[in-house]
Every structure is written in C-alpha cells, then in structure tokens.
Design a protein around this ligand. Sequence first.
Ligand SMILES: CC(C)(COP(=O)(O)OP(=O)(O)OC[C@H]1O[C@@H](n2cnc3c(N)ncnc32)[C@H](O)[C@@H]1OP(=O)(O)O)[C@@H](O)C(=O)NCCC(=O)NCCS
Length: 172
Amino acid sequence: MELRKINNEDAKAQWEYTTALPEDENGLTNPYNGVTYDEYTEKVLPTLISYEHPVNMPDWFVPETYYYLWDEEKLVGEFRIRHHLTEALRNGAGHIGYSIKRDERGKGYGTAGLELTIAEAKKIIPEDEIYLRVNKDNIASQKVMMNNGAYRAGEDEDHYFMRIKKSVGGIK
Ligand SMILES: CC(C)(COP(=O)(O)OP(=O)(O)OC[C@H]1O[C@@H](n2cnc3c(N)ncnc32)[C@H](O)[C@@H]1OP(=O)(O)O)[C@@H](O)C(=O)NCCC(=O)NCCS
C-alpha cells in the first residue's frame, strides 16, 4: 500500500474517485461531485495540485496537499493535509481530512491510510499535535483515529475534536 501525491499521470483514477465522492459525507466536503473528465483535467486537477503552493488565494487559505491511497494498482481513498492551523482550523476541521471508496470500506484502508498520512504530516506541520475533527455519529472514523493513537481533546454539539501527538502517532 502506498500514498501517492496528487499528480497528472494518475488523472483517470483520481477523476473517477473525485467525481463519485459525495458533496458532503460526514463533514468531508467535495465540490467536484459529478465533474466530467474534461473539466477535471482542465480545471479541477490543476487547481487541486496548486493548493500545495497556493497563488492568488485569499489570506485565510492554508496550503493543502492531496494524496491518494493505492493498493497495488487500485486507488482506494483520498487523504488531505492542511499544512498548519489557523484559528478557524483549530476550532474546525483541523489538519487532515479523508475518505475511502464506498465499496472498499471496512477492509482496514482508512486505518492504514491515516497511518501513512500521519507520517507525511509529521514532516509538514509545525504544531506538536495533529488536529482532527469527527462527527459524533461517525463511529468508523473515530475508530480510524483511535487506531492511530488519537485522543479526545474536546467536543461541541455534533463533533469530537481529536488530537494525535506527533511523538506517538501511528498504529498501536
Ligand atoms: C470513515 C472511513 C474513512 C473509514 O474507512 P474504512 O476503510 O472503512 O476504515 P477501517 O476499515 O480502517 O475501519 C476502522 C474501524 O471502523 C469499523 N467500521 C468500519 N465501517 C463501520 C461502520 N459502518 N460502522 C461501524 N464501524 C465501522 C471497522 O470495523 C474498524 O473497526 P476496528 O478498528 O475495531 O477494527 C470511511 O467509512 C469513509 O470514507 N466514510 C465517509 C467519509 C468520512 O466519514 N470521512 C471521515 C470524516 S472525519
């Protein structure tokens, strides 16, 4: 299994994933549901790649890198890392967002993919802890986080705010 950064060579598989990903599933948002392959290659893909080194973006925009989880030659999920926290991210979505392809869920990919993503995040983010947020009713994602050493640092009405210490992050 490997995490590959978003790229032009994997456009077809990345598009298939992106166009099928719901607009909002448990707080993981995707404005590109239903996008055509031409739209993806001409607009969406260059935009998503540019997020790692944003140009002409508003001040609040934090650099974000997209990765895809591959098992052999099969793309099974998407993981995004926001490079540092702002007040909005600290009290909101945190550093990492992810999803696994519907028909590949429950096979351990979420847990394994987050482990690989944490390894990347440790190289990028300056904070001592990795911040994550999860809906209270999203048991699968809570398990994915706990499997990777997350603890519950707080909550609001609908979410738990989870953190993983960079010193301990990784599968137990
Ligand atoms: C959350 C998500 C990433 C989990 O991915 P996954 O590949 O199914 O995760 P895993 O296979 O590693 O399973 C993790 C744990 O959740 C459990 N699980 C999986 N699906 C479950 C479900 N529908 N209900 C309850 N538990 C579930 C697994 O049994 C496993 O338990 P274990 O750790 O005790 O063995 C995936 O369901 C998904 O993409 N959901 C939609 C988007 C989303 O919610 N993203 C996260 C936002 S915070």
